[in-house]
Design a protein around this ligand. Sequence first.
Ligand SMILES: [Zn+2]
Length: 433
Amino acid sequence: MLKRFSNIICFIGLFGISVFAQDPIEQAKADVHILTSKEFAGRGFTFDGNKKAEEFLIERFKKIGLEPVDGKYGQPFNMELNIVDGVPQLSVNNQQLKIGSDFLPNSVTGSGSIDGDTPIYYVKSGLYIKEKGINDYSGVTSKSAVLIFEDEVPDSIKADTTIDSRRYSTATRLRNAEVLQAKGVIFLVKRLMFAEPYIRKDFPVFDVLRTSLPMPVETISYKVKSSFNDVEPENLIGTIPGLIESDSTIIICAHYDHLSAFADTVYFPGANDNASGTAMLLSLAQYFKINHPRHKIIFIAFSGEEEGLIGSKYYSEHPIFTLNKTVFLVNLDMVASGNDGIMAVGGVDYPDFYSKLKTVNDSLNLGPLYKRACAPNSDQYFLSVKGVKTFYLYTNQGKQPYHNIQDVDSTLDWKAFNHTLLLVKGFIKAIDN
Ligand SMILES: [Zn+2]
């Protein structure tokens, strides 16, 4: 405990000096590099990752000169989530699969272990739609088996408008496995993706890359441990006062949490999602600290985003600054990968603000700009529900891996990042006038 704590202090001390670069892109690269490092363990709820990221960001807030609220930056809140403990093991035909590249525990996984003698059934997509005569489980003749599902549901089923989509949802299919008292479930996936660990099943659930599965499957053994936990992360809030006498505010936000770690070598760095947005928030804070805004700007680094926008929902219900005094909110989430311009979520809802954004974009020659309606896809959502006008900006398309251990900083697109940074700066200045 003591050793770990002293490590954090040394670490922040070390980087606190070395990361202060003049050039905003170099600074952002340094911030992202630290946030995605092994030390921060995927900025989640194993190995104190979220806490370490929080401490690092508070140091950065202080160094930039953001003002705390009532002497502190943190707004604590509670949430529950399923935490995978240790490194899960999975072997097929006595061949050990590699976590992160061949398989991941599904975030809803329960605990359990089996050796190689448990019966295995391949149940296609795991559908049971009686009135259509579909029963993928007809070959299952014993309980307490391992069920192997295709993650994908056939297009013919999805296209059939007479079938309610809940009949083939993942939740329904897992419930089917429950009814059959399955010992464990394996989803065959095209891409590995870890997400939303806020519910937990009583049996192990794995996602296995289809191309990594030795065929034919003869034996399966696995071991995984998880538990439901109550955690207390913090939203981090710092401000720059406005030059004009007004209680109107502009909010810039980005979530700093990500998907944790299974071990110090197997963790989700979350470079694009969302070390990139967090670094951009710091960069904007640095910029507006020197180039004083007319309105007060509130910078919020949210936690709990990956579990279902928990931190931003909490803030929307417990705002520190009156929400209806917000001129506008810009949320940054995944802003350093892309080859097709920038997407403004909310652009459809606020045409006047969108036209300002478009003017900035076009005058700076930043490439394509797209718009879509506000959706519950990132931290702007619950604030927009409360009546705050919001854009959520992300870089469009791009090859950066999503929600897996390959979302590393070495493959980020800094040109896309720079374009987004210039766009936000220009937009904030435009609405600040
Ligand atoms: Zn995410």
